[in-house]
Every structure is written in C-alpha cells, then in structure tokens.
Design a protein around this ligand. Structure first.
Ligand SMILES: NC(=O)C1=CN([C@@H]2O[C@H](COP(=O)(O)OP(=O)(O)OC[C@H]3O[C@@H](n4cnc5c(N)ncnc54)[C@H](OP(=O)(O)O)[C@@H]3O)[C@@H](O)[C@H]2O)C=CC1
Ligand SMILES: O=C(O)C1=N[C@H](C(=O)O)C[C@H](O)C1
Length: 262
C-alpha cells in the first residue's frame, strides 16, 4: 500500500555530503510529506541543514535499528556505493529511489536483484522537463525518418560519468523510435563523412552547469532542436522526493519516474 495522503515518510539519504545529497536534505526540510530520518556519507562531513551525517559504513545496522523504520532510501552517490547501499536497504526491507548514473551491466543486474525484495525506483533524471523532453524526442524521431540525429549534453566540471545518464536514456528512446540508427559515435574526429546509421553523442564539461541536454534532428533544409536546461539541482531533489513519497508502501518491483508523473 502506498503511503496515505498526509503521511510524512521517513527518508534515509546516502551521499549526504555530495552535491545532490545536500540538495535532497535541504529540499526535504521545506516539505511536509517527508523527513530525513537518517543521513550517511563515506567521508566525515558536518551536519547538513541541521541533520547529523553518520558513517556510511554503518548503514546496514542503522537501517536495521531505525525506530520508527525508514521508509525510503534516496541514493545519489556512485555506481559501486549505490549497489552497496541499495543491497543494504533491500536487506532491511527499505524501498529505494536511485538517481545515481554510470552503472555497468553487472551493477545494473545487482540493482534489479534488489527490486525482487523491495520497491526500487530509478531515473537518470528527476526533472519533469526531461520527462517531457523524452516524450517529445520519441515523437519527433518517429515523425522524422531519415533525419540525422545528434545528442549533446553539458554538465559541471565535477561530473564523473560521460555521457550523462540522461543522454543514454535519450539515446535508448531515439533508437527505439528509429531502429535504423544503430551506431553511437562519441565525439567525432577523422576524415570520413557521417554515415546513415550514426547518432552523434557529445559530452561537454564546464563550470557549474547543473545539466543541459539537446537533441538535434536535421534533414534537408530543416532542423529541429529540442533542449532542456536545469537551472539548478533543486529540480532533481524535488523530483526524487516526489518519487520517494510516491514509492513508500508499494510492492517490491522496479518502478520508473514516469509512473510518478502519470
Ligand atoms: N537522476 C538525477 O536526476 C541526477 C543524478 N545525478 C547523479 O547522482 C550521482 C551523484 O552526483 P553528485 O551529487 O553531483 O556527486 P558528488 O561527487 O557531489 O557526490 C557523490 C557522493 O557520493 C559519495 N560516493 C561517491 N563514490 C562513493 C563510493 N565509491 N563509496 C562511497 N561513497 C561514494 C561521495 O562521498 P564522499 O563525500 O566520501 O566522496 C559523495 O557523498 C551521479 O551519479 C550523478 O550523475 C546527479 C544529479 C541529478
Ligand atoms: O551529474 C549530474 O550533475 C547530473 N547527472 C544526471 C545524468 O547523468 O544525466 C542528471 C543531471 O543531468 C545532472
């Protein structure tokens, strides 16, 4: 059973000292539908928005001993730690919202295993604008057969994974609508022209840009550009907490952010 309207859910935040972890804790402090019951980080950090940050190595014991219990763990960390934390949450019967990107196939499988035990909701991007962009891109790709498609993402200089998780999601969407596009060309250099099956993929890293994604579709004498820009990380934190409130109390299984928005 999902949490009833009006209930405040108890959230555990991993990576509490990171850019997104801090943003999630700060966003939760402004909401009535959730409270941060537990915050952990690998490295020691000072309290965030008045919330004490505990040692992430103790997460399994902290989850098991939480009274009242934690409802949902919200994870924005790295692929290795995300698998570790989600596995710990599954062991403790705690639902998970996962925003971390950059998983390899083995790590993807480990997260999928956790969804056999608890509800797990993942999204490469928790902004509603990207959810709308995905729908627009799918429709445009299907409507424009034969057009050349290029995806460009731009992020802050601290981002580790490239291309971004969102860019990979958009690429999956484009390939589903245009099965003839079956070769991802990352960056481009050399002396050969573009081939028909290519999708160009470009990752830029600069300054403190929160996240920009652009899909360009070009045919003869007309060009369509669809762009989303996140103004700050607040939008991702709000979406992740909306997802946590939606997920609490649901059955075990894998869920998608688009379901929260339906
Ligand atoms: N889905 C979405 O909407 C969004 C997803 N993201 C994704 O969230 C993730 C985090 O991004 P961001 O907050 O900017 O990153 P930061 O580098 O600012 O923070 C990363 C956090 O994860 C911890 N961490 C990283 N690696 C490990 C590890 N191996 N073991 C334990 N802890 C670890 C860090 O701990 P420590 O302090 O000890 O280093 C830190 O708390 C990325 O994958 C990013 O792509 C980001 C924004 C939005
Ligand atoms: O690392 C980030 O900052 C972001 N990561 C996500 C991604 O990889 O797509 C989402 C957002 O663009 C910000």
């Amino acid at each position: 059973m999902a949490a009833e309207t009006g209930d405040s859910i108890r959230v555990a935040v991993t990576g509490a000292g990171g850019r997104m972890g801090r943003e999630v804790i700060e966003a939760a402090s402004d909401r009535d539908d959730c409270e941060v019951a537990l915050a952990v980080n690998r490295s020691p950090v000072d309290p965030v928005a008045g919330v004490e940050v505990r040692d992430a190595a103790d997460l399994p014991a902290l989850l098991a001993g939480a009274d009242p219990a934690v409802d949902v763990l919200v994870d924005f960390t790295g692929p290795d730690s995300s698998v570790e934390y989600v596995t710990a949450a599954a062991g403790a019967g705690v639902a998970c919202v996962v925003g971390t990107t950059g998983f390899d196939d083995e790590q993807e499988a480990a997260i999928a295993d956790a969804a056999d035990a608890v509800p797990v909701l993942r999204a490469s991007n928790f902004s509603r604008g990207i959810a709308a962009l995905r729908r627009a891109v799918s429709a445009a790709a299907a409507a424009l057969p034969g057009y050349d498609v290029e995806v460009t993402e731009t992020h802050h200089n601290g981002k580790v994974d490239a291309p971004s998780g969102t860019a990979l999601t958009l690429l999956d969407d484009i390939e589903e609508a245009r099965p003839d596009l079956d070769e991802r060309v990352h960056g481009r250099e050399g002396d050969a022209p573009r081939t028909d099956g290519e999708i160009g993929v470009h990752a830029r890293r600069a300054g403190d840009i929160a996240g920009e994604h652009e899909v360009l579709m070009a045919g003869d004498e007309n060009v369509l550009e669809l762009t989303h820009r996140a103004g700050s990380r607040r939008v991702f934190a709000a979406g992740a907490l909306d997802a946590a409130a939606w997920l609490a109390g649901r059955d075990a299984g894998a869920y998608d952010f688009t379901e929260v928005l339906e």
